[in-house]
Design a protein around this ligand. Sequence first.
Ligand code: AHR
Length: 514
Amino acid sequence: MKNHLIPLLLLAALLCVSCQSSEKKWRIGISQCSEDIWRYKQNYELQLSQYADPRIDISILSADDNDERQIEQIRQFLHEGIDLLIVAPNKAATLSEVIDSAYDSGVPVVLFDRKTNSDKYSAFMGADNYALGSMMGAYIAKQMQATGTLVEITGLKGSSPAIERHRGFMDALQAFPGIRVISSELGDWTEESGEIAMQQILDELPGLEIDCVFGHNDRLALGARRVLMSAGKTDIHYYGVDALPTAGGGMECVQQGILEASCIYPTRGLQLMKLATDILDGKPYERITTLTSTIVNRRNVDILLAQYQEQQRVSNELERAKSKIDEYFLQLNQQRKIILAFIIVTVIIITLVVLAYRFYAAKLHLNEEMVKEILAGVTVAKEEPKPSESEAAPDTPPHAPALQPELTESSFLDRFRTLLQSHLHEPDFNVERMGEEIGMSRVQLYRKVKTLTGQTPVELLRKARLTRALHLLQTTDRSISEIGYEVGFSAPSYFAKCFKDEYGKSPGEMRNES
Ligand code: AHR
């Protein structure tokens, strides 16, 4: 295995692990001015859009019709760090400043449904509330055959849809002087506020004959209806805005005859999120997107509801498919982690095995070199030089020359080789004698020789004897027995056995070949 392969394998495994980290997400803060079924539907669509674009990470906060809360929530988004702000401002005037500051800080701002009093926003998406009010005014006037009394209950005072719907409505009614309009600004988009507004009108004008009620949304109209029904006024026609197709929404009310008509106020969460991601992706986009509205009445409500239900069925199917896909990817991810862990462990094991192999191969090679070196000198018998009197330490026994503790490996091997060379012809030359000669205990000698050569002193002595025997066999006419004795074997048969074990041939066979 090449030297650089292991680091490469480890790097590849690490890269695979890092590939697991998810793609960058766009953090989009969505600030809803209120909580109602129109917002629920839109929030659901916004959540769904995350399926279409997995980069989207959305966070929705609702201010519950409270300006201060919405200002605080927008500040919180900005503090936490968002890539884009989508906001439906509760009241235009009150929310303008904080939204302007978001825009000024470089965060793209998408207004939807409601506006601020400023031009500081990246894009706006919503219906034309003036046109919507005007359309409803003209439609209701027509239903009233241009005569009668009409109560208008407006949405939250200061919110742009309420301002614009009122203007459009009143402008349209200018063409119908036979219609008397009583407007109440007590509404705040909730059903309860519709009740309060209607009750106040009844209290102030007790004998008032009312033909129609127009609420700026369906909930306001339903609140007013509850009060009028309680007051025994059962022949009044009610009109609203929103026409939600969801349960309890305006479409159902129209279908059931509770409302005469309503007007679709589109939520379009998916389209809104597409606009947001186009801005984030730097793609071209429309700064103003005006959503179209349609009047829903008894003639078209069935088909509109059926269309919605079909849409809903498809979207439910998609959601089911999505959750299956999510589950699949979850499993896949887990399996990927297991495989990666397996690869990493395998690479580590291979690395360790290769390192161990290299270590032992190097050691083995070193040992073999040492053995060769030791045996190289044993073919010729050599007398161990007698130490001179001046060299011998006074307390050192004659056969135990002290080994200097700092003796290097090579000088130790020289001594050991010389020792074998000098004494291998002696049958009683054994480990004890070697130790005595070299100045080490039997155990110390064993460890030292084994560490340096991989062989024991006895094995090396036998090899040395056989090496010299081979040399004598090949270079002299001496008999095999003589040679056996010569190299320290006390029995020819044992010599012959050891020789065959070492070289695979008997001494006789070896001689015949040479
Ligand atoms: O801003 C407009 C209104 O807000 C909708 O018509 C209403 O239902 C929603 O809460």
